[in-house]
Write a protein that binds this ligand. Structure first.
Ligand SMILES: Nc1ncnc2c1ncn2[C@@H]1O[C@H](COP(=O)(O)OP(=O)(O)O)[C@@H](O)[C@H]1O
Ligand SMILES: [Mg+2]
Length: 455
């Protein structure tokens, strides 16, 4: 049958757009005209595509991992790089948004697990400690960080390049200060990093090295900025103390030294477990430090595979509970740069939020911070919207170009159900879990955390 002929097929449908209704309607016998029943409505599939978007969708692609089923009951598959090659998206990044307990993490665990079949690698920042089972399924041990523990990661690793080091330092300093940097602080951080970098050779510079350089600047730093050592120290003192706080007290021994030896940097799944500090006010900053370290390793691996003339594996970098990071001043800057690098690096960044208004927490309306945070959404061409409370609908309507029927579905989406907006198209998708994946979802870590809380 030709494509044109197919389009003209007449199909019976029930005339309301709820996806469950739509799926059921395909299984129902033809309406018999019993009292109270309405006659079915007929239209061409070409018309239906406009009137009932969920019922008349054709898939974007048939290549990728199976996510579940769409409103038609057809398989829904997804792979950002396949979609990119086919021209459906111009970038691979993804934002997942949904209220607690609706299956955001479960969806992403099974997505990462299934992507392994295609050789993709999973890099996860795990603030709740619930990705251990996924790491173990890949034969890997999570990197568990805790204050005063044995494992350290250096976010100022040279592998991230000098631009990466600088932007991490700026973002972390702003977040620690809870305000934007003053020009002299910005310049002070730059020269302090340069000094720390030089003095640390052949090792890598660390956050305490930068703090030391800020508290006790040398003549060369002062000369570079055409000021005196005393003035430079006074201008940067507040920033130095804010960074110092991060390296001491409860947070010591996590991101304040050289990266520990013995970490397998070529593992197919690298999970950084931050659950030991899950209640920390500074969690968002710690998550960013973990992301910076990951970014350095990913950059380095890309460089190495290019030297060997290979393309190298694609990586999926997941920041679960990212709303804890976006609420800090300056952190969205850093995330935005990661988003911009994704195409060059062959990386998909995935960030998880409770609601789109989490992005508004980055700053006041019209502020630079808010604009950057909202830009993150624009840079993510895959948006997965799970259930949201009705008071979020206005924000969703403004941020995502959903039709009215699509928008009306959002508060009633059941667990595992989501609207997937990919480029210009939206799909209603029910995520399905195989029995092999259940152990990844209901993790021991979660049970232990529950026991700890109850105690
Ligand atoms: N697709 C699904 N099908 C069935 N149950 C699910 C599905 N997704 C999640 N669940 C259940 O819901 C629980 C909470 O899911 P989770 O992914 O942790 O939520 P969130 O990350 O949104 O807070 C899981 O432990 C699992 O029992
Ligand atoms: Mg979760």
């Amino acid at each position: 049958m030709t494509r044109k002929a197919k389009k003209k097929l007449l199909v019976p449908v029930v005339s309301h757009p709820h996806p469950q209704g739509a799926v059921k309607s395909r299984q129902l016998p033809r309406l018999t005209g019993r009292p109270g029943e309405r006659a079915g409505h007929s239209a061409t599939t070409a018309h239906l595509q406009a009137a009932y978007p969920f019922m008349a969708e054709s898939p974007l692609t048939s290549a990728g991992v199976l996510i579940g089923h769409d409103a038609y009951g057809a398989s829904f598959v997804y792979d950002p790089w396949t979609l990119y090659e086919a021209g459906h998206v111009t970038g691979p990044n993804m934002v997942v948004v949904g209220i607690i307990g609706r299956g955001k993490s479960a969806l992403l665990k099974s997505y990462l697990y299934r992507q392994r079949v295609f050789g993709r690698e999973a890099w996860v920042v795990d603030p709740k400690g619930e990705f251990r089972a996924l790491a173990e399924a890949f034969g890997c041990e999570p990197i568990s960080l805790r204050p005063g523990g044995e494992m350290r990661l250096n976010p100022l690793t040279r592998r991230g390049g000098s631009h990466g080091q600088q932007s991490l330092l700026r973002s972390v300093a702003q977040a620690a200060l809870a305000r934007p940097l003053k020009p002299e602080e910005d310049a002070g951080l730059r020269v302090a990093l340069a000094r720390a970098d030089r003095d640390a050779l052949p090792a890598e510079p660390t956050l305490p090295d930068v703090v030391e350089a800020l508290l006790r600047p040398d003549a060369e730093m002062a000369r570079t900025l055409v000021t005196s050592e005393a003035e430079l120290a006074a201008g940067c003192r507040e920033a130095a103390l804010a960074l110092q706080r991060l390296c001491e007290g409860d947070l010591r021994g996590m991101f304040d030294g050289q990266t520990s030896s013995g970490i397998d940097l070529d593992a197919p799944c690298v999970v950084i477990d931050l659950s030991a500090v899950s209640d920390s006010q500074a969690m968002g900053i710690l998550m960013t430090c973990a992301t910076a370290w990951q970014r350095g390793i990913v950059l380095d691996r890309k460089r190495r595979s290019e030297q060997r003339g290979e393309i190298g594996a694609k990586q999926i970098l997941l920041l679960d509970e990212a709303w804890r990071a976006t609420s800090h001043v300056g952190i969205t800057d850093y995330l935005q740069q990661s988003f911009k690098l994704s195409r060059d690096l062959g990386v998909q960044n995935v960030i998880v939020l409770h609601r789109l208004s989490d992005l508004a927490a980055a700053g006041a309306a019209g502020s630079r911070e808010r604009t950057i945070a909202e830009g993150l959404l624009a840079d993510a061409e895959t948006k997965v919207v799970l259930a949201q409370t009705p008071d979020e609908l206005e924000q969703i309507g403004q941020s995502l170009a959903l039709t009215k029927p699509e928008l009306e579905l959002v508060p009633d989406l059941a667990r595992g159900e989501a609207l997937w907006q990919i480029g210009q198209r939206t799909f209603y998708v029910r995520h399905t879990l195989s029995r092999f994946e259940w152990p990844l979802i209901d993790t021991d870590a979660r049970m232990r955390a529950g026991e700890k809380k109850a105690a």
